[in-house]
Design a protein around this ligand. Structure first.
Ligand code: UTP
Length: 288
């Protein structure tokens, strides 16, 4: 069992970034010079994924254009002898990787967005990556770490990280036997619990490997927290049929769905950008 398909739900409204996201997709916002969605795609491809499935809506055209060829731009770069830039633009979608797009008619939540991909996944395990969670995994990306857990456990795998007790109401929170273990079987999962109801301090971040059983469970899932069809609720049902593992991945996650997380990621990535790092460090010193 190999994981070769990944779903990128990109059909949300991005209300926390209005007005920037009124006409531009949140997932196309750049961290230095690369859009968030490209970081997520690169992470998936590094983990061996070759089929990318984007769940989009009518205002997310820019994402399709980003992963498509742009003949005008390419021939202009060629004419001007800008070969490095041309190679970079052509390499956005690596050789052997394909894209498919499917529309979510209305933003009914992450669970609903994942269900939209059912016809393209069929009966295989698949990955889900939320581009607004940017994860700097270092040598081994978060999804690579998850694929290796999946290969051993042959079960769904969910990425989790330690969160502050006061933050539980912003996350899906897992119940596990031993919170200190890097990989553990999940006993339960709950969406956005109040701190006194949270089963642990392990919050779910936007990376999943799921078995196809999730689709029939999503079909039975009704609108939950926030009036949306929650992926968390379907995972809670999945636990009645299969084991699901939580992975405390190695790496730093930036919540780019919030302004603060986005700014933090911008600074961290600028400080390790080969062309910018030195000048940017000086620039920052001027501020502090
Ligand atoms: P978020 O809740 O973080 O994103 O969903 P959002 O809804 O776009 O943003 P806010 O909360 O209004 O600011 C996480 C991911 O799931 C996708 C989003 O595009 C985002 O990448 N999503 C969410 C969908 O594809 N469909 C939905 O119905 C909801």
């Amino acid at each position: 069992m190999r994981v070769t398909k990944a779903v990128f739900p990109v059909a949300g409204l991005g209300t926390r970034f209005l007005p920037a996201t009124k006409a531009n997709p949140k997932e196309m916002m750049p961290i230095v010079d690369k859009p968030l969605i490209q970081y997520a795609v690169e992470e998936a491809v590094k983990a061996g994924i070759t089929e990318l499935i984007f769940v989009t809506n009518s205002s997310k055209r820019a994402i399709e254009d980003h992963f498509d060829s742009n003949y005008e731009l390419e021939s202009s770069l060629l004419e001007r002898g800008k070969h490095e830039l041309l190679e970079m633009v052509r390499g956005i979608l690596p050789e052997g990787v394909s894209c498919a797009y499917i529309r979510q008619k209305s933003p009914q939540g992450l669970g609903h967005a994942v269900l939209c991909a059912k016809q393209l996944i069929l009966n295989e395990p698949f990955a889900v990556l939320l581009a607004d969670d940017l994860i700097d995994g270092g040598d081994s990306s978060c999804m690579q770490q998850m694929v290796s857990v999946f290969q051993q456990s042959k079960s769904s795998v969910i990425a989790v990280q330690q969160i502050a007790t006061s933050e539980t109401k912003k996350y899906g929170v897992v119940d596990v036997g031993n919170q200190k273990e890097k990989v553990t079987k999940i006993l339960g999962i709950v969406e956005k619990p109040q701190p006194d109801k949270a089963p642990s301090n392990l919050g779910v971040v936007g990376r999943y490997i799921l078995t196809p059983k999730i689709f029939s469970l999503l079909e039975q899932t009704t609108h939950g927290s926030g009036g949306e069809i929650q992926l968390t609720d379907a995972i809670a049902k999945l636990l009645q049929f299969e084991s699901v593992h939580a992975l405390q991945f190695e790496g730093k996650r930036y919540d780019c769905g919030t302004k603060l997380g986005y700014l933090e990621a911008t600074i961290a990535y600028a400080l390790k950008h080969p062309e910018l790092a030195d000048d940017f460090r000086l620039c920052l010193q001027g501020f502090v």
